[in-house]
Write a protein that binds this ligand. Structure first.
Ligand code: GDP
Length: 140
């Protein structure tokens, strides 16, 4: 297994409920290191660009409205097999299908307001990290 980096977002439902620390505890307990972190309020344009892969989906408009409804915390996570490891820690997109102990099972409100985002491949992770962070902001 290789050391990898992945892009994480703590979504507006998490900042609204003041549970970013509880989610970070799950992240760190899974041996993922938070090597960059900042709080942002995404613009509509940023949300649409970030989620452009979903632009043809019926939920795209609602998703962008949700992602701009409050602050988010964007992070770079580093660790062994970090991309797949974080996806496992996050749990299934729909919290109804998420495994016990996962972030989404414990904290998500709905399939949309599901508390966290995590990159789904090495290529996506690289692009998503560059979308939010400069090299100077990442301290491994
Ligand atoms: P993820 O990789 O597990 O985050 O899931 P996807 O890439 O498939 O979807 C991106 C995000 O869009 C999800 O995390 C949800 O916030 C939202 N989403 C996905 N499917 C639906 C849906 O059927 N309805 C709504 N309203 N939002 C959805």
């Amino acid at each position: 297994m290789a050391t990898e980096r992945t892009l994480s977002i703590l979504k507006p439902d998490a900042t609204r409920r003041n549970i970013t620390g509880k989610i970070n505890d799950k992240i760190e307990s899974a041996s993922l290191r938070i090597i960059a972190q900042k709080r942002l309020w995404l613009t509509r344009s940023q949300a649409e660009t970030f989620y452009s892969v979903h632009s043809s989906h019926s939920f795209f408009n609602d998703l962008c409205t949700f992602m701009t409804s409050g602050p988010v915390v964007v992070q770079v996570l580093e660790g062994e097999n970090a991309i797949a490891n974080y996806r496992a820690v996050m749990g299934a997109t729909n919290p109804a299908n998420a495994n016990p102990g996962t972030i989404r099972k414990e904290f998500a409100e709905s399939i949309e307001a599901n508390s966290v985002h995590g990159s789904d491949s090495a290529e996506t992770a690289s692009n998503e990290i560059k979308f939010f962070f400069s090299d100077l902001e990442i301290v491994g």
